[in-house]
Write a protein that binds this ligand. Structure first.
Ligand SMILES: Cc1cc2nc3c(=O)[nH]c(=O)nc-3n(C[C@H](O)[C@H](O)[C@H](O)COP(=O)(O)OP(=O)(O)OC[C@H]3O[C@@H](n4cnc5c(N)ncnc54)[C@H](O)[C@@H]3O)c2cc1C
Length: 397
């Protein structure tokens, strides 16, 4: 019998950390491990809003995957996954190539949910991938240039849909970046409108009152218009239609209205719950031999019978257990059950302030922003060690 073949689909948080764990755990020649991803870079999804606003350099967010693989235990293959045959244990790639596996990890992450609102799919910008976020940045610059041509104020009206975690982080980056662009294009800042539209009656659900009040006050001080209890019902190329009968003349809608698991999973022969793949306590896909799943694609019921949220924190912790579990499965050893430990959440509002709750300690302002940097640094440390962490952090500006 040949060496067992392990295939990892997706090089996001889940796929990268499982790859690192297998590099550490497997002996040379124990298995053939291949990591498959659409692009040859791993993007740090939690930083995509900064790429959208243009507040960090690409090197800080997009990391060349072969450089991240420390040993030759894991091979990298740049390819787009199209389909699966779980009976024959095969993966079908967009190129038509077929890859066989004995053990499979599905870590294909998230998609943006536009809830079928007319025009959002066509005209809104999405914080979904490195490329889609980069497109936001180019578009904003294009709008500044267009304003200089025709002085149409709709070019300088920037609307962010959703005041949840990602929406608020996006607005915070715009608050930091747009004054700089105004200087560059010699446009008075008072011409800019940043509008945040949220359908529920409050920003930042899941945060406490103090964090919500701090965020609202900070954004209002920076001239952000917060429109809560307001739904977007249509997006056009040059206007956003609201459910209260008003419309906003704008050519930029950044959609942060919600995420869901990768839509591709719906095309596969899988039983899904809310679009996600149910996994057991060992992170194995129910009913499929040798198949594991982590991160946003996985539906994991916690001890309180609630599904774990789609966060990087969950994906990383699952991957740290799933990697050794795949190695144990190869060796015929017992697997370790996954237990989630919530460490806290910090939402940045630009680079200078943030709000959060870490290990039960509630924080707002500059200290919270520092804590956010610690969280970022910790991930880079886990991914590549101290030198790598320092290199990426210094590539920031
Ligand atoms: C702006 C923003 C801010 C966030 N901030 C936080 C935060 O502060 N804290 C937190 O815990 N979480 C945060 N999140 C959520 C977090 O980013 C996700 O939960 C996390 O990325 C999930 O990791 P994953 O490995 O499941 O998937 P992903 O990181 O999405 O990785 C999936 C990978 O699969 C690849 N892929 C997809 N389809 C295919 C295909 N067909 N073929 C090949 N490859 C494919 C993608 O290119 C990608 O590399 C944030 C998300 C966003 C968008």
């Amino acid at each position: 019998m040949g060496k067992p073949k392990v295939i990892i689909l997706g090089a996001g948080y889940g796929g990268m950390i499982v790859s690192r764990e297998l590099e550490k755990t497997l002996m040379k020649g124990e298995a053939d491990v291949t990591l498959i991803n659409k692009h040859d870079y791993h993007y740090i999804s939690t930083q995509l809003h900064k790429i959208g606003a243009g507040t960090v350099s690409d090197d800080h967010v997009a990391l060349h995957i072969p450089d991240l693989l420390k040993t030759n235990h894991v091979k990298f293959m740049k390819a787009t996954v199209k389909n699966t045959d779980f009976t024959e244990k095969k993966i079908i790639l967009e190129s038509g190539e077929i890859v066989e596996y004995d053990y499979l990890l599905i870590a294909l992450g998230f998609d943006v949910d536009t809830f079928g609102i007319p025009g959002v799919e066509e005209f809104a910008f999405k914080i979904r991938s490195f490329r889609s976020s980069k497109a936001i940045h180019y578009h904003i610059r294009k709008e500044f240039a267009a304003y200089k041509e025709d002085l149409d104020s709709s070019h300088l009206t920037f609307v962010v849909a959703g005041a949840g975690f990602t929406g608020i982080e996006m607005v915070g980056e715009l608050v930091d970046q747009l004054p700089k662009l105004c200087k560059e294009y010699a446009i008075p800042y008072k011409k800019i409108r940043i509008i945040n539209v949220e359908s529920s009656d409050s920003i930042l659900p899941f945060f406490d009152r103090k964090a919500i009040d701090f965020t609202s006050a900070y954004l209002q001080k920076n001239s952000v218009e917060l429109m809560t209890s307001t739904k977007i019902i249509q997006c056009k190329k040059d206007a956003i239609i609201l459910d209260n009968g008003f419309q906003i003349s704008a050519r930029t809608l950044i959609w942060s209205g919600g995420v869901r698991a990768n839509r591709l999973l719906e095309q596969w022969d899988l039983q899904l719950i809310n679009g996600r793949i149910p996994v057991d306590k060992y992170l194995r896909v129910n009913g499929l031999d040798g198949v594991f799943c982590v991160g946003d694609a996985a539906y994991f019921l916690n001890e309180d019978e609630k599904a774990l949220p789609a966060t990087a924190q969950v994906a990383i912790q699952q991957a740290q257990v799933c990697g050794p579990n795949i190695a144990a499965a190869i060796r015929g050893q017992g697997l370790k059950p996954f237990t989630y430990h919530h460490k806290g959440t910090v939402a940045s509002i630009g680079s200078k302030v943030a709000v959060g709750n870490v290990f039960g300690l509630k924080m707002t302002g500059f200290f919270a922003a520092l804590m956010k940097q610690v969280v970022e640094a910790r991930y880079l440390f886990v991914l590549g060690g101290p030198v790598f962490m320092a290199k990426v952090m210094l590539a920031k500006s």
